[in-house]
Ligand binder design. Structure first.
Ligand SMILES: Nc1ncnc2c1ncn2[C@@H]1O[C@H](COP(=O)(O)OP(=O)(O)OP(=O)(O)O)[C@@H](O)[C@H]1O
Ligand SMILES: O[C@H]1[C@H](O)[C@@H](O)[C@H](O)[C@@H](O)[C@H]1O
Length: 384
């Protein structure tokens, strides 16, 4: 846990609130051997989308090749000798009888790793190690630990290995990685329920907080002396991609604004549920975002009297948690502005429409089949 002592010698106003480290990638969504959609991907893109949406200041370190094709808020480092990381997600493979493993991921190309020298020298309050294609090196995570007050890690950055023949993503046990010894120095490790079986949660929770997300069931938070289930929000799932990333974005945005862990996890669940309702990188309705920010502000006001250092994680469920859940649920039910989704065509591709604002998801996700809404990717039930 980050203590008030650890934070005392720093000047928060001079620090970036959130530093996101992980490569952007190109996502290709496949179904029945057909490309159904292409989208900007990478945990960094989903997380910055949420953190920006919540008006929390952040910085992002990401590497791409010259072939990178999406407009983004944070300019990546372009490596002329490398290609952008590309993932193909197969939605009709690998679903077992229990509905586990909703998709098979293949890393088709991988951009360069992010090295300690790529990170900013200035300190940050919250560092997020959120690689997708093996780009976070042990020394990179160590540098983040040295330069950030609190580090949040997505386990997918640590335990993924890639088949040398076709790039299929496989997972290895956390304890067999070089990252294992760094766990006592991070604050939070996030894993999906599929990934959580690759670690000994009972062991890891002694060193850092562990958050296990579980699709439509919500998530569970484990810390040294306790655990807590955090309820989900209803969602009409179309594409599960990025739900865990958006969860982490909402969770950290909540913590940055001073929410207790259980309330911040609700914010994570909310953004996870909003993400599965859209294909690719989601576009959040501006009125919904304003309403969520107002609810977070109201929630903060209820705890102004509490004595807690800015960086100390509060695990106990605060009074009014259920009411906060209901308020966020009500915010989610606001009918969206009537932006019509347009199938992607060459004339509205991102490159050609840079001057003309168009709906975000049209810019970021190319829907390649006119029938994507009639035959949605949501047919992939599968989140455990
Ligand atoms: N179908 C759903 N209905 C409601 N909420 C959902 C649904 N799917 C995901 N969520 C929310 O998003 C969070 C993260 O989802 P999930 O556990 O599927 O992550 P994940 O497997 O890491 O996702 P991905 O790898 O696609 O980013 C969940 O804890 C939940 O709050
Ligand atoms: O864009 C997605 C997303 O970031 C997922 O969380 C990750 O598992 C995939 O590898 C990536 O392609």
């Amino acid at each position: 846990m980050v203590t008030s002592t650890a934070a005392a010698h720093k000047t928060p106003q001079q620090q970036t609130r959130v530093l996101i480290v992980g490569n952007y990638c190109h996502d290709v969504l496949m179904q029945k051997d057909t490309v159904k959609a292409e989208s900007l991907g990478g945990a960094a893109s989903f997380i910055s989308n949420v953190v920006n949406g919540m008006s929390v200041s952040c910085n992002l370190v990401s590497k791409v090749g010259e072939d990178f094709k999406y407009p983004v808020d944070f300019t990546p480092i372009v490596i002329p000798t490398s290609k952008t990381t590309v993932f193909h997600a197969y939605f009709d493979l690998g679903i077992d009888g229990n509905g586990h493993q909703d998709r098979v991921l293949k890393r088709v190309s991988a951009c360069d790793p992010i090295r300690p020298s790529d990170l900013p020298d200035a300190r940050s309050n919250f560092g997020m190690a959120v690689g997708v294609g093996g780009e976070i090196l042990p020394e990179t995570l160590e540098r983040m630990i040295e330069t950030c007050d609190a580090v949040f890690v997505d386990i997918q950055a640590l335990i993924r290995v890639f088949d040398s023949a076709d790039g299929t993503v496989k997972l290895v046990k956390l304890e067999d990685t070089e990252f294992y010894s760094l766990l006592p120095r991070i604050e939070v490790l996030k894993a999906s329920s599929e990934e959580a079986v690759f670690m000994d949660v009972e062991e890891v929770r002694k060193w850092c907080c562990v958050v296990v997300t579980n699709g439509k069931e919500g998530c569970k938070v484990f810390w040294k002396d306790g655990e807590l289930g955090i309820p989900p929000f209803l969602a009409n799932q179309k594409d599960p991609t990025g739900a865990g990333d958006s969860f982490l974005g909402g969770f950290v945005a909540g913590l940055v604004q001073g929410l207790a862990v259980p309330d911040a996890a609700l914010l994570g669940n909310l953004f996870g549920s909003l993400t599965v309702e859209q294909i690719g990188l989601p576009k959040f309705d501006s009125r919904l975002l304003q309403r969520v920010k107002d609810e977070v502000q109201r929630r903060k006001m209820q705890f102004l009297h509490c004595e807690r250092s800015e960086y100390e994680l509060e695990f106990l469920k605060p009074d009014g948690h259920e009411q906060f859940h209901a308020s966020l649920g009500a915010a989610k039910s606001i009918p969206p502005f009537s932006i019509q989704a347009r199938p992607w065509t060459p004339s509205n591709s991102p490159k050609e429409t840079e001057q003309t604002p168009i709906p975000h998801y049209t810019a970021q996700a190319k829907l390649l089949a006119n029938s994507v809404y009639e035959e949605p990717i949501q047919t992939v039930e599968g989140k455990p």
